[in-house]
Design a protein around this ligand. Sequence first.
Ligand code: FAD
Length: 290
Amino acid sequence: MTRIAELLAAGPTLSFEFFPPKTDEAGRQLEKTIHELAPLRPSFVSVTYGAGGSTRERTRDIVVQVNQEQSFPAMAHLTCVGHTRAQIEALLAEYADEGVCNILALAGDPPADGSDAGGDFTYATDLIEIVRAHPGTFSIGVAAHPELHPRSEGDRALDRRYLAAKLDAADFGITQFFFQVDDYLRMVDELQALGCTRPVLPGIMPAVNVAALVRMAAMNQAVIPAPLLERLEAVADQPDEVRRIGIEVSTELGRALLDAGAPGLHLYALNRSESVRRIVDALGLTPPPA
Ligand code: FAD
């Protein structure tokens, strides 16, 4: 399977993110979504990993299945907080055996109650070291936060130094979702000033549920601009209208990012195809039928 670092070197990429479903019905929904999105010929897709390994098998199974069945690679997210070195090495060996060669190396969040997560790791850079040392020759992505990581507590200079060091040890980044192009461009400029020129894919979250979007934005300390929030809250009980606004805003953001030279777009699909299909179409990125 193709390494994402090579895809990025070849030109702008288009990628979609999924999460592992919890029920059989949700599993069927994800299969349907992948089937509906495959004709868009994404450069790659990625599958999230539950905190502390709660979706270890489900994430692995979906990644392996997509890699086997589709013409595009699936990247496995992997978080290290709460894991031992042996657990991570075992999972990497399984991925390498199955031909999976793309890993998004993440710290993951420590327990919300402040208790010690245990395990051998604290930061994503600890995980990168192990993945890099593995004979599987993985292409390694990392998370980036245009509006700073929530645990950086506003120390912009330090956040950017850690991010630059992490990106330099990896191959590429993918951002948390954001709504202002300038936040992304400022992050790229700040990384460049530190000598870091690794490609960072902007992550775009099309709104489908206002309460969920507000909750996720608060968790990630992503600012939803007040005029957009007002528009969304005014139609919060009209799902079609929320989706329409989400598509419109994501399309505008995606266009501005590509015009500004972003190395591609990473769309948070939330295991549904409609918004993604309409955004890709509106951006003129839908490929002609094969
Ligand atoms: P790190 O890069 O380790 O950074 C965490 C914090 O520590 C930051 O504040 C950083 O500035 C600071 N820091 C870094 N290095 C050091 C150091 N040496 N000394 C002191 N401080 C340091 N979570 C999941 O559970 N599953 C997923 O699948 C998942 N997918 C994600 C996908 C994307 C694209 C993004 C953007 C996030 C994703 N997350 C996921 C969330 C992520 O796990 C959390 O944001 C987590 O809090 C931090 O992960 P990180 O890899 O950015 O951490």
